[in-house]
Design a binder for this molecule. Sequence first.
Ligand SMILES: NC(=O)C1=CN([C@@H]2O[C@H](COP(=O)(O)OP(=O)(O)OC[C@H]3O[C@@H](n4cnc5c(N)ncnc54)[C@H](OP(=O)(O)O)[C@@H]3O)[C@@H](O)[C@H]2O)C=CC1
Ligand SMILES: O=C(CO)COP(=O)(O)O
Ligand SMILES: [Zn+2]
Length: 346
Amino acid sequence: MHLMELPREVILGENLKDKVSEVAKRLKLNERALILYGKKTKKIAGNEVEKHLKEDFNVSALTIKAPTMQEVERVIRFIEDNSIGWIIGVGGGSIIDVAKLSSFKADIPFISFPTTASHDGIASANASIKDLGAKTSIKAKPPIAVIVDVKVIKTAPYRFLAAGVGDMISNLTAVKDWQLAHKLKGEYYSEYAASLSLMSAKMVIKNADVIRLGNEESVRKVVKGLISSSVAMSIAGSSRPASGAEHLFSHALDMLLEKPALHGEQCGIGTIVMAYLHGLNWKKIRDTLKRVNAPTNAYELGIEPEYIIEALTIAHTIRPDRYTILGKEGLTKEAAEKAAKITGII
Ligand SMILES: NC(=O)C1=CN([C@@H]2O[C@H](COP(=O)(O)OP(=O)(O)OC[C@H]3O[C@@H](n4cnc5c(N)ncnc54)[C@H](OP(=O)(O)O)[C@@H]3O)[C@@H](O)[C@H]2O)C=CC1
Ligand SMILES: O=C(CO)COP(=O)(O)O
Ligand SMILES: [Zn+2]
């Protein structure tokens, strides 16, 4: 049996901070709500969403520090102690992932209210949580509703939108890795999920010049692509269609660095080098990232080249059960350096 769970409502529009009650009532969510936000996203949208929600619901709030199991457990305790009926996560990927996993574990619904278009976890069923030093995607449930306020997302620094492009262009190498694992290891493969995921990547390549403008149309294009990518993961039942070796590279950087760059920025650079290893047209990928002003090398990422090499050599150890172009042994230091230099990422 293969279970595909998807959001019941996806709402994309302008000025939606006062529309959450309407959605929650339509979905018959109970009276006790919990809002999760980060320190910044509280000010960006959280406070206002909370204020409007309080007109109709009994609302508690928690400020989340990081996407860790410790934070997930803190939220679950709060849910149990206060008989919370549903959660809304207002923030970037980190906040949404904490809302996703804690609501899943507590068996209550959650609404996703993204403040950035920087990642495809907006509507997905899996949560990436930092656990024991490495981040791994944990199976959860998709949001019952996704409310995307284009105005909120447009106020985020442009860098986040470019990161969203990086997270989607990743799908090119992620699908290649998936096909490899299917052929070599007999892993389950869904042609439908793979095609949907590739569609998002192709869409950003085609629309790079519109996206770079950073206007409302750009935001809408990126958000729709991210949602398709999320849905592809839900159909596959894992992050396989959107996370391959390029994501392992990004996860490795997150492990090595105190202050990593944005997830989507790191994944974009990972895609350039993994595309080279796969024999794909890596120059076209780099060109797309350049066109949207996303970083394409260590310098632009603000990361020392030595960490890039180290991340490339340890990436295969992050999630050994996910077979990729890096194989079981991974890259030697020499091979990593060669690939990084040829593709210009260092
Ligand atoms: N589950 C899934 O399928 C997926 C999960 N992910 C995960 O998502 C995370 C990355 O998400 P990402 O959004 O890039 O980063 P974060 O959620 O970590 O946010 C990065 C920073 O940006 C701030 N921020 C959020 N919104 C805005 C805004 N509108 N304007 C200014 N600053 C803002 C955050 O504030 P604050 O401090 O308030 O939070 C935070 O300080 C990673 O943990 C990654 O693993 C990525 C892809 C898919
Ligand atoms: O970031 C993701 C997809 O873009 C989720 O992938 P992971 O399963 O590698 O955390
Ligand atoms: Zn990602």
